[in-house]
Design a protein. Sequence first.
Length: 311
Amino acid sequence: MWSQAVGCIITCILSMLVAPLAAETQPRVKVPRIGYIGDTPGPHVEALRQGLHDLGYLEGQHLVIEYRWAEGKAERLPALAAELVQLPVDLLIAQGGQASRAAQQATSTIPIVMAPVGNPEGLGLVASLARPGGNMTGVSTMGLDLGGKQLELLKEAVPGMSRVAVLVNPTNPGASPAPWRVLEDAAQALGLTLSRIEARGADELFVGQDAFLFSHRFRIVDFAAQHRLPMISMYREWADAGGLLTYGVSLREMFRQVAVFVDKLLKGGKPEEMPIEQVMRLELVINLKTAQAMGLTLPSSLLFQADEIIR
């Protein structure tokens, strides 16, 4: 009995010693590290996280996301992109045209997913939508003639308007002369006069697609409310903040699509072979509370077009 007990003790001790050694020899599963470069946190980040969760990724468990925010200072983007590359990261997500350009300048090897960028071809970010050809892919709003339609909707909401102020971020590479000329042509057809950037003396506001303007949407909406300026912009988050109208693509849907790109790239996909996804579904959101506060009676023809009305 005594010898059996001693044998059991020795066996148990050996098992305790060998178990940690066996665990140490097991290969550790690498957790992918993703870099995210943008202006400020917002609903797009939650949409991305939800999209990744739906695909089976839990942040902190199956992957790590390193966030870097420019906080309204576009000149910080190149340094932030370089910082993420030096960590290093396995993949970069770039929010908007400026961040995408900074990410592309920081690396030619790490895969980059951009979203949303209006004209990635024109900006030189990709060779073509069908075959990007470099280390960048993602989601684009290219081909959507939103400016003209947005002006039409604003005119329908406020039939008597004559002047429209267009808020533009001049440092945004997407704020080129070509889109502005298209907007001017649409304004001329509607009998409207455009004022670029200088919004103080205009009758209405038109807010372009820009990450930095988006990050300051609450301040811009407050300014519009104080001066009783009806406004229209692309993303529904502007209407949630109190803007009168939004017409454009869903930011949440775009970043769920970004999650799909992330999944494909982490599984070995090559960005140069992944066609740029073009968002085609558009939605009109009307903030009826804002209209009432401004004393506007919106025509039923406009209300019938709405995908959602905030009451």
